[in-house]
Design a protein around this ligand. Structure first.
Ligand SMILES: [Zn+2]
Length: 59
């Protein structure tokens, strides 16, 4: 039996089907309208925030 929750990434608006292997599955199953961000956007956000955290190089 496969259980799939359909959700939408809040960043790119793409539809995703999350199965029980996904770390966010339980969260989405409990509340399908919970904020979901896909792996690609997740990576992008993480990467961008790391960039911002870098201290500017002294000139
Ligand atoms: Zn996305």
């Amino acid at each position: 039996m496969s259980v799939i929750v359909e959700t939408r990434c809040m960043m790119c608006g793409k539809k995703y089907q999350v199965d029980k292997e996904h770390p966010d599955f339980k969260k989405l199953e409990a509340n399908p309208s919970v904020t979901f961000i896909c792996d690609i956007c997740n990576y992008r956000i993480r990467h961008e925030s790391e960039e911002k955290q870098k201290e500017p190089k002294p000139m």
